[in-house]
Design a protein around this ligand. Structure first.
Ligand code: PRP
Length: 206
């Protein structure tokens, strides 16, 4: 059985494919995948899912390995081996609001996909806030008046800038990570260790 790798769809996927190619693996089927959700190469079976679902598939042993943003691991704390950082997907967590925004006197409303991270951040500051959970495009919340500010990942800063938001504070930075299912590492050790080591070496070289 080939090792099964779960990949996060979207931005991380493209950066992963570039990295995977640089390691000398056969990457063409991944580059030509179109809308397919499962891809076979000579050595691996890949499938594509949203970041948080990648952790669910790895946790349940459907995938042996997974590539996921560090933000997802901090937010959801899945029961997986968090192996090491990969040399792409560098982001930071930021508190952002409208330019020249005047904060209200009452309890702040903070919109985020990362409710756990947001609550811990404000708890550490000793501040009580209302956290509003959104699934995406969180930048809309302060613009449309749903929240005073957002806590979200920032990579290039373009989304904030193009939507008239500014960073008030930055408090975490992370990259993509390689994760593994706990029992796969024992049962499929012979197959997985050379792959993990090749990834590790490649990550060091970048
Ligand atoms: C993420 C994040 C920001 C954006 C930041 O969203 O939520 O919106 O990327 O990137 P930037 O600093 O390079 O502009 P994503 O594109 O993953 O989609 P989403 O809004 O649906 O979460």
């Amino acid at each position: 059985m080939k090792p099964v790798i779960a990949l996060t769809k979207g931005r991380l996927e493209k950066q992963f494919v570039q990295f995977f190619k640089e390691l000398g693996y056969e990457a063409e089927p991944l580059m030509e995948k179109g809308r397919k959700l499962r891809i076979e190469t000579n050595e691996f079976s890949f499938f594509f899912a949203k970041g948080v679902d990648v952790t669910t598939y790895v946790e349940n042993g459907i995938a042996d390995l997974g590539v996921v943003g560090g933000d997802i691991l901090i937010e959801h704390e899945p029961d997986v081996f968090n192996l090491f950082p990969l040399p792409f997907g560098h982001c930071r967590m930021a508190l952002a609001t409208k330019k020249d925004y005047v904060w209200p006197d009452q309890k702040k409303r903070i919109a985020s996909t990362f409710t756990h991270i947001t609550k811990s951040y404000f708890k550490e500051k000793g501040e009580s806030v209302d956290v509003i959970k959104l699934e995406g495009s969180v930048e809309l919340a302060p613009i449309l008046g749903l929240a005073d500010a957002i806590v979200d990942i920032v990579e290039t800063g373009t989304t904030l800038k193009e939507n008239g938001l500014v960073i008030e504070d930055e408090f975490l930075s992370f990259s993509a990570r390689l994760i593994a299912n706990r029992s796969s590492l024992k049962i499929k050790r012979e197959k997985l260790v050379p792959v993990i080591e090749r990834f590790r070496e490649g990550a060091k070289k970048r």
